[in-house]
Design a protein. Structure first.
Length: 294
């Protein structure tokens, strides 16, 4: 008989959460910090062992979101049903409030490339991604969120804007959208576009989560500047400003602080989450004032 305690479903609140990484497992499990919710990379827990034990312990006290990186939603290889089955088993065990993956591909000819690679935004790619999302949602018997990637080049073949592409995916499949504000800023700066132009196509779209993270700036030999989405620092002030713009369009939605390299003390992540929470609270006050004025 399975002796594991039953985990009651816990939706993700429209508050600031923190990306849970291995160095903070014990701290969170033992101290139970006042964090609204946590998100984890699903693949890190599919093999069981101590990581899954910690996750189950933490899940008893907090809502948890599963953020996958291996579904390769934009890939044209035969879909990896074994990987999907492992994700479903983990979801049944953890009862996450949300499940998400990326608008990217990571496998070709049976070789997994361990990266989130961009795809051209064409009608053909749209059909492929929509079909893969349908497969995932049917298998999991729930909707998923799809996240916009960071990009470093533009495909000449692209004929659809990224946000328009995501909006159409949501319309065709019923999926939700995970809006990574840092990725929007990084991509826009790398491609020489205005990050604010990304948002109008998604006004009214099912944006159900926002990600915030730090990024690195590198100087190339020719003097050009490139921004790298490395999740290894505090959120850039320009990204905070863009987050405020996003809240004005989407309203308060669950917001995650991601930090994956050079992971600091948990207190640093709490400070970043507190800033996001303050902005969420301000947006609620603004909306309440607008409602009273109307």
């Amino acid at each position: 008989m399975d002796s594991r305690p039953t985990l009651a479903p816990a939706p993700i609140p429209a508050s600031a959460g923190i990306g849970l990484r291995f160095p903070h497992h014990r701290h969170v499990a033992e101290t139970r910090p006042a964090t609204a919710w946590f998100e984890v990379h699903a693949e890190n827990y599919m093999a069981g062992g101590a990581p899954l034990d910690y996750l189950e312990t933490i899940r008893r006290d907090y809502p948890v979101s599963l953020h996958a990186v291996g579904l390769s939603l934009g890939g044209t290889d035969p879909f990896d049903m074994d990987h999907l089955a492992r994700l479903k088993a983990l979801a049944e065990r953890i009862e996450p409030g949300l499940i998400s993956d990326h608008l990217s591909w990571s496998a070709v000819d049976g070789v997994y490339l361990a990266d989130l690679l961009p795809l051209p935004y064409t009608e053909e790619a749209l059909a492929v991604v929509a079909d893969n999302i349908d497969r995932v949602q049917t298998a999991l018997d729930r909707t998923i969120l799809v996240e916009n990637p960071s990009t470093y080049l533009a495909f000449a073949a692209s004929v659809i804007g990224e946000s328009e592409f995501l909006a159409e995916l949501a319309r065709r499949t019923g999926c939700g959208i995970l809006c990574d504000v840092n990725n929007i800023y990084v991509s826009a700066r790398n491609l020489g576009t205005d990050p604010h132009d990304w948002f109008p196509a998604l006004a009214g779209a099912p944006v159900a989560e926002i990600h915030l993270a730090g990024h690195a700036v590198r100087q190339l030999d020719d003097g050009q500047e490139i921004r790298i989405d490395d999740h290894g620092s505090t959120v850039d002030p320009a990204v905070w400003a863009l987050y405020a713009h996003a809240l004005g369009i989407f309203g308060p939605v669950p917001t995650l602080i991601e930090w994956d390299t050079s992971i600091p003390d948990f207190a640093v992540l709490e400070d970043e989450a507190a800033q996001a929470q303050s902005m969420l609270d301000c947006q609620r006050v603004t909306e309440a004032g607008s409602a009273r004025a109307a």
